[in-house]
Design a protein around this ligand. Structure first.
Ligand code: ADP
Ligand code: MG
Length: 404
């Protein structure tokens, strides 16, 4: 009832508790064959109602696993007590079947399995008692059709399990959807911000570059040194322009960027050739294993940019001498690429922060690489997942729909 309690407000929770209390009190006071008896059974019935109501009223204050277990145990004790105490009311057996359903409201899978197993054990004990010890035939309705009752009980447990399972699946799906939504919202906002800044910087850069080109062609610059400086300045400005264009493409998908059938093997070969020298600095090698005929529908330049970012990160995380494995497999409807390193790895919280703009743990990192990667993957209807363990390494899995 944790989520139940948080999402539906206090009023609804307490109204439900009041309704349940009223029903339990009606059972205790109205037309009860044991009403007024000062025997152990009736007293136990009353005490269990008080205990259950107290637990439910206190639960919002102590919302933890222990208090949930206590509610399930007290609830089970109450329902089994009324089952044994009022043998003529055969319908209490239905309530016994549905005890595990109560735990579904708490959104706690451990509790659900606990309740399912506990109820299975209690029903077995109950049946054994009725079959072996009940000489007076007080529970004749249970005895008369043993197989029917047992199979009904099992059937009800299977139904409850199915409901629980489907419910869990739906919740997980919603969580995933919510995370993806948050992620793409974040991308959208940064994209817009980046575009605005990049746009403002591009114009002054173009002006400066134009003037530099103009002066570099003038004969007055006779000295070779000065000419070299001009070439250097123009090159640097070209790099800056490239970075800005990259930013702009995040916000406004460039319509001119054509979609094509990309040969994964060829692109990855050129990426590994390019990064080979980068790995050599700390003696890291790249192992490439690609299935034949892996084709995807994307933009080759952007796909290359994506793989460079991911493999570069893997090399940067690796210890010296380790290899980075790039493995590509063709599955039925998609191409799956894995970039595996045995480097420093990441904690769960770090993995959750990936793709956030400017998130970087490196002294010279920009924290933009993965943001761009997420953007490219999303654009080509792919998926990217990180599996990482601290000090053991990281596996990045990227999937794209395959183009046969
Ligand atoms: P940058 O590489 O500039 O830091 P990225 O967006 O590429 O930015 O990566 C963000 C952060 O994610 C990195 O700083 C690093 O901490 C973490 N990271 C990415 N890939 C890996 C990996 N394979 N192993 C461990 N950490 C990684
Ligand atoms: Mg990087």
């Amino acid at each position: 009832m944790k989520e139940f309690y948080t999402h539906i407000n206090n009023k609804v929770y307490y109204t439900l508790v009041i309704i349940m209390t009223t029903l339990m009190m009606m059972g205790l006071l109205l037309d009860n064959p044991r009403f007024g008896e000062l025997k152990i059974g009736y007293i136990l019935h009353s005490v269990l109602i008080l205990a259950l109501v107290a637990c439910l009223l206190l639960y919002p204050r102590y919302r933890n696993y222990q208090s949930r277990i206590i509610i399930i145990i007290v609830g089970s004790a109450y329902l089994y007590t009324i089952f044994f105490l009022y043998p003529d009311t055969w319908s209490t057996f239905i309530l016994l079947c549905f005890i595990p359903a109560i735990s579904i409201l708490f959104f706690d899978s451990k509790l659900f399995y606990f309740s399912l197993i506990l109820n299975g054990l209690l029903i077995t004990v109950t049946y054994s008692y009725i079959m072996l010890m009940d000489q007076e035939n007080r529970y004749a309705h249970m005895k008369s059709d043993l197989i029917g009752n047992v199979s009904n009980f099992i059937g009800s447990q299977v139904i409850i399990y199915c409901i629980y399972h489907l419910y869990q699946l739906r919740i997980k799906k919603q969580q995933l959807y919510y995370e993806q939504l948050q992620h793409s919202e974040r991308l959208k906002t940064t994209g817009q911000l980046a575009a605005a800044v990049a746009h403002e910087i591009r114009n002054p850069l173009t002006a400066v570059k134009g003037f530099l080109q103009f002066y570099s062609e003038k004969d007055t610059l006779s000295s070779k040194d000065v000419k070299d400086h001009f070439t250097l300045m123009i090159d640097e400005l070209n790099t800056a322009e490239q970075v800005i264009s990259q930013f702009l493409c995040i916000a406004k998908p460039d319509k001119e960027k054509k979609m094509e059938i990309v040969n994964v093997q060829a692109v990855l070969q050129s990426v590994t050739d390019l990064l080979k020298s980068y790995g050599l600095v700390r003696d890291n090698t790249i192992e490439l294993n690609v299935d034949e005929d892996c084709y995807i529908y994307a933009n080759a330049i952007e796909y290359k940019q994506l793989m460079i970012n991911i493999i570069k990160n893997a090399i940067e995380a690796s210890k010296s001498g380790d290899s980075v494995i790039v493995q590509v497999n063709r599955k039925n409807h998609f191409v799956e690429m894995k970039v595996i390193d045995t480097g420093c790895g990441m904690s769960k919280a770090e993995v959750e922060s990936l793709g956030t703009p400017f998130y970087s743990l490196k002294s010279n990192g920009t924290g933009l690489g993965l943001m761009i990667c997420y953007h490219i993957v999303e654009k080509f209807n792919g998926r990217i997942d990180f599996q990482s363990t601290i000090d053991e390494g990281t596996t990045v899995t990227i999937r794209f729909p395959s183009n046969k």
